[in-house]
Ligand binder design. Structure first.
Ligand SMILES: [Mg+2]
Length: 297
């Protein structure tokens, strides 16, 4: 048991923000609070939080999580939750280092020795897709994730659907499975058409076919297609996730550990998802000390 002596943050290029928590025995842990494009905002949130936590017992991770969550009138959102995530991850790391065990031992121990992975191949240009997919195949991968489409208008030419189909056909022809990431670039009229058009090619999932600020539309889309729907990188707490689980509109939930309240909240979200028969795939495009970064692309 040792009180927190300091909490520092460090910007690291290209876009990372790391958090270091040190206790009064000079033991430390690292976390990540990267919020791409909003680094200064997260730093400001951390500045407000840090002063209140010095002297708190570093082992009391849940107490600290709840203290940060409840310390002001306003809660949630990407900035506040990324700051909270960075501190939470660092506290778990600190405790693991103090006890000389990996964090997974603190969470109940491991449940598997290997995990399925896919790798990112970009895919903005159809001409690049085949080259990138072949490179992943040579690495021994069996699944890839790729961009599905560029921005689309609310109503666009049906021809833009064809290029999306063409990309997945190229990848499937190589014997790879593929998940398609739409990054919320679609609107409902085109999403409905594209999901139907993609069904014969059986993508592993379609990710963020619509933005999460349209829960009604996502629910409708999920009832319209047999393709599994994945999203969650822009949901920040168990309360953000709740509606989508109740609506049965998500098949693969992708909380981002650096945005969704750290290891503590991600584990809670995973447990909630299990009770709705929804898979969990932690979202991870971020830095090198990010939990699971060696596993998930
Ligand atoms: Mg994504």
């Amino acid at each position: 048991m040792a009180p927190i002596k300091s909490i520092e943050y460090f910007r690291v290029k290209p876009r990372w923000l790391f958090v270091k928590v040190t206790d009064n025995e000079d033991k430390f842990g690292w976390g990540e609070a990267t919020l791409e494009g909003h680094t200064q905002a997260v730093e400001g949130a951390l500045d407000e939080i840090i002063g209140r936590l010095v002297g708190y017992e570093a082992d009391d991770i849940e107490h600290i999580w709840q203290t940060i969550w409840r310390l002001g009138f306003y809660r949630g959102g990407p900035v506040f939750m990324s700051a909270l995530s960075g501190i939470d991850i660092a506290l778990w790391d600190l405790k693991g280092r103090r006890l000389n065990v990996p964090v997974y031992q603190l969470l109940g121990g491991k449940v598997r020795n290997k995990v399925q992975v896919y790798a990112w191949i970009g895919g903005d240009r159809p001409s690049d897709v085949e080259v990138a997919a072949k490179a992943r195949l040579a690495q021994g991968l069996k699944c890839v994730k790729m961009n599905a489409t560029e921005d689309m208008n609310w109503l666009d030419s049906p021809s833009v659907l064809d290029s999306c189909i063409e990309r997945i056909k190229q990848v499937k022809a190589l014997g790879l499975d593929a998940g398609l990431d739409f990054h919320g670039r679609l609107h409902r009229p085109m999403a409905k058409q594209l999901a139907k058009a993609l069904e014969p090619y059986r993508p592993l999932f379609i990710e963020e076919p619509l933005l999460v600020e349209h829960p009604e539309a996502i629910k409708q889309l999920s009832q319209h297609t047999t393709i599994p729907i994945a999203f969650g990188e822009r949901l920040y707490t168990r309360w953000d996730v709740k509606r989508f689980l109740e609506d049965a509109s998500v098949d693969v939930l992708q909380p981002d550990i650096a945005h969704a309240g750290g290891i503590s909240e991600t584990k809670r979200i995973a447990t909630m998802a299990e009770t709705y028969d929804v898979a969990i795939a932690p979202h991870c495009p971020l830095g090198e000390i990010y939990p699971f970064s060696s596993f998930i692309s």
